[in-house]
Design a protein around this ligand. Structure first.
Ligand code: F6P
Length: 278
């Protein structure tokens, strides 16, 4: 497992080094019909090559590819090579997210069965966060090295990341914004999931929640985005939810399945649930 994480981390360093060229931006479409930038494809290739090189993967599945790559190995790796591609032009932080299962396929499992999840953030610094489900460590890349520290459990404070704000108003739940702000939370939202969830960790707490209009399908992906991030947040004593149960308990039936998503400090997720149950 260490070899696998080390190879991905070297790939992230390589990718971060080639990140800044605006010529890498051009539009095609991915299987979800979203505009896909060449940078997404570059990230996908770099990480796929790194994972193949380890010869440790039975299944490599990427958000950017319809079919998983099946090979001989011990692990299944599900990854989003470049999350937040719609905010690249604005020079906001983007990232790459990974979930690892000690299994031939993640299908039929739940994200609680990940043996590790980790992400990289491409911002003013390259930041690496890795968890084994019990402990989570953050590291900043500087002078060709990572300095690690263990993250503290999340507290009942921090920031509010209110995704899909249109749905808050359309669903008539906008007064919750005021209630959370009155509780002392400050709003921090960039539209890049990795950085927005990392904000909760770096501020020692908070809530990311994405309400949805009932006639629109959920947007975020279970195995590529929500599962790995929920695994990290729950390792820090936080909670995750698909608005019914923990994200970690949701059965994986399809590599590209989407889900409703909320993560954050335990008390804040419970506060949200108490509003829902009123
Ligand atoms: O999944 C892609 C993504 O760009 C995430 O990084 C981000 O959290 C989300 O979409 C933003 O979309 P919305 O504003 O619709 O919640």
């Amino acid at each position: 497992l260490k070899t696998l994480v080390r190879e991905c981390t070297q790939a992230a360093i390589n990718f971060y080094g080639s990140y800044c060229s605006i010529e890498n931006l051009h539009a095609t479409q991915n299987i979800h019909g979203e505009n896909q930038k060449a940078l997404d494809l570059i990230a996908d290739e770099i990480f796929t090559d790194a994972l193949l090189k380890t010869k440790l993967c039975a299944c490599i599945s990427s958000e950017e590819r319809e079919e998983a790559i099946i090979s001989d190995g011990q692990y299944s790796v599900c990854f989003d090579p470049l999350d937040g591609s719609s905010i690249i032009e604005a020079n906001f932080a983007t990232g790459s997210i990974f979930g690892v299962y000690n299994a031939q396929t993640p299908i039929g499992l739940t994200p609680s069965q990940q043996v590790s999840s980790f992400y990289y953030i491409y911002g003013p610094n390259l930041v690496f966060v890795v968890s084994n489900g019990k402990k989570t460590f953050t590291a900043k890349y500087s002078e060709n090295d990572f300095e690690f520290y263990q993250n503290a459990p999340l507290e009942n404070q921090g920031v509010l990341a209110p995704a899909n704000l249109q749905a808050w108003f359309a669903n008539g739940i906008q007064d919750r914004l005021g209630a959370f702000l009155a509780q002392g939370l400050n709003m921090r939202y960039s539209g890049g999931l990795v950085a927005d969830v990392h904000m909760l960790i770096s501020k020692s707490g908070g809530l990311f929640v994405r309400p949805r209009l009932s006639n629109v399908k959920p947007k975020l992906r279970l195995v590529y985005e929500c599962g790995p991030l929920a695994y990290i947040i729950e390792s820090l004593g936080g909670m995750s939810s698909n608005m019914q149960a923990s994200i970690l308990q949701q059965k994986i039936t399809n590599l590209h399945q989407t889900t409703d998503f909320m993560v954050g400090s335990k008390d804040l997720v419970e506060t949200w649930n108490s509003y829902e149950n009123r």
